[in-house]
Unconditional design. Structure first.
Length: 157
């Protein structure tokens, strides 16, 4: 169920001018990275779950080569009876300050407002019908949102 809801969220946001990379539901991939000093280092990063071919999977790593990205993290779903479900999803958005020519805070506020507007109406995208997206809270805006990941060293320089 959450894969479908995350796909709808992706479709709503992918055309917004703030992002040039977006994904629906992600899972964490763990790999060994030996690119930096020859010593193996474990790296963890999100990658989209709902792609038709593996070659379409793009690691979602924040860096200054992109202006912004977003993805959806899964917090579970609960069946409420009949055809009613409640999903707990986290939308993670990142904007590159180096790519924002004007006031970063103002652009961030505009992005949040545009996302909230996109979530207002009910959405129907078979097999999901009467989907209502409710924003429960707005998370902190700092690097800790990526705390569960360990990116390749080249991307953290």
């Amino acid at each position: 169920m959450n894969v479908l809801v995350a796909k709808i969220i992706k479709d709503l946001l992918i055309g917004m001018p703030y992002f040039d990379r977006g994904a629906g539901l992600v899972q964490t991939i763990t790999k060994q990275d030996s690119s930096s000093d020859g010593k193996g280092r474990v790296v963890r990063f999100p990658i989209e779950v709902d792609v038709s071919e593996e070659k379409q999977s793009v690691p979602l790593i924040p860096d200054d080569s992109i202006k912004g990205m977003f993805y959806v993290e899964d917090g579970g779903a609960k069946h409420e009876g009949n055809n009613d479900w409640t999903s707990d999803l986290t939308l993670v958005c990142w904007l590159c300050p180096k790519k924002i020519a004007s006031n970063v805070e103002a652009v961030s506020a505009n992005a949040i407002a545009d996302i909230m507007d996109a979530f207002k109406p009910f959405h129907n995208d078979a097999p999901v019908t009467r989907l209502k997206l409710n924003v429960v809270s707005s998370s902190i805006r700092e690097a800790s949102i990526f705390g569960k990941y360990a990116y390749p060293e080249i991307n953290t320089q």
